[in-house]
Design a protein around this ligand. Structure first.
Ligand code: DON
Length: 343
């Protein structure tokens, strides 16, 4: 065989081999082994289980009754493998962790992510989640779907004849994301409904500024129900893993969210998921994430996994102390900070 022909063939063979092996290598690099994932989840649980900082939220009276010692850590990979430690089957209220998912539903309903940009905004406020000041001064567009006023606006954008239909659409979407039936924790819903005057104020400020798109009090009610949906750490991790897996639920294999909306949702989570601690969170963990005053936090590593921590004691900003520590630890151990592992 002439030398040139031989060289050509060898080159072609090398390219074919590379094409076959490269994705395998990339895959192996993408998701750490089961042993590593189970180890980091267990280590995060063991390390932080005795942390006592923070307190259960009590501005919603029923939340103060949730046992403060609960602590669960879960990882669900973009392949649907599940790793857990601690109280991962206890259903807690999803609270503000619900907000990015409803924003995603709005994008999907409209067939366009710009609706969020034009009708709500995507800038972080730098202020607490329930800041009336932010709602008043940051108009017309500078709220985002993750603070209360923007979350109310998201709920108002869901097309529905009445409150029941509006809530049913949200619930059905959340169930598809979690791949399981979910239910409202009625005691928390009632408790928050009786004490949510501040959210009613947000809704009316939006109303007088033409920034809420349905009846304000109906919206507050549906938002309160949405926040009272019960999820376990494991279910929340499946919801997050659906985002990590470009909108395809990796456990049920149902396509829940169009892939083109996932980067938009994650961008909003990166900038505002921790409210006035979003900068600190980006600095320490470097992952898009969302917190809730019920004690849950979901962080998303695109194409790889969701990491969830649940513990009811929250800090001044409403973010769960042990959940933050657990997710930061895992992020660091796995080297999955989006801005680089620093190693
Ligand atoms: O609207 C509220 O105040 C609650 N339903 C949700 C607040 C919340 O989760 C803040 N996040 N950490």
């Amino acid at each position: 065989m002439p030398q040139k022909q031989w060289l050509n063939r060898t080159c072609r063979l090398a390219v074919v081999l590379l094409l076959i092996l490269a994705p395998l290598g990339a895959w192996a690099q993408v998701i750490p082994s089961a042993q590593v994932l189970q180890r980091v989840v267990q280590e995060a649980y063991d390390r932080f289980k005795d942390v006592k900082e923070g307190a259960t939220a009590d501005y919603i009276p029923e939340l103060a009754k949730v046992p403060a010692e609960l602590f669960g850590v879960a990882i669900v990979t973009a392949r649907g493998d599940i790793f857990t430690a601690g109280d991962v089957d206890y259903a807690f209220t999803i609270q503000s962790v619900s907000k990015p998912f409803t924003a995603a539903l709005v994008m999907q309903q409209e067939g366009n992510a710009d609706v969020i940009l034009q009708k709500i905004g995507v800038e972080p406020t730098g202020l607490p989640f329930n800041s009336i000041l932010a709602t008043q001064i940051l108009k017309p567009v500078s709220v985002n779907p993750l603070v209360n006023s923007g979350a109310l606006a998201s709920v108002s954008l869901i097309k529905a004849k009445n409150a029941e239909e509006r809530f049913a659409k949200i619930m059905s979407f959340f169930q598809q994301l979690a791949g399981e039936k979910l239910s409202v924790i009625e005691d928390v819903y009632k408790s928050e409904s009786a004490t949510n005057q501040r959210n009613r104020a947000h809704a009316y400020i939006l109303f007088v500024n033409d920034r809420i798109y349905a009846d304000p009090m109906e919206v507050v009610d549906v938002y309160t129900r949405q926040c009272s949906i019960g999820v376990t750490a494991k279910q929340l991790a499946i919801m997050g893993a659906t985002l990590a897996n470009s909108g395809l639920n990796p456990v049920t294999h149902v396509h829940v969210l169009d892939a083109r909306y996932v980067p938009k949702v994650l961008a909003i989570m990166m900038m505002a998921g921790f409210y006035n601690e979003s900068g600190l969170w980006a600095y320490t963990a470097g992952l898009p994430a969302k917190t809730g005053v019920g004690g849950g936090i979901v962080a998303v590593v695109p194409q790889k996994m969701a990491i969830v921590g649940f513990s009811p004691r929250v800090n001044q900003a409403g973010n769960s102390v042990r959940a933050m520590k657990a997710i930061e630890y895992i992020t660091d151990e796995l080297g999955v900070n989006l801005f680089g592992s620093g190693r």
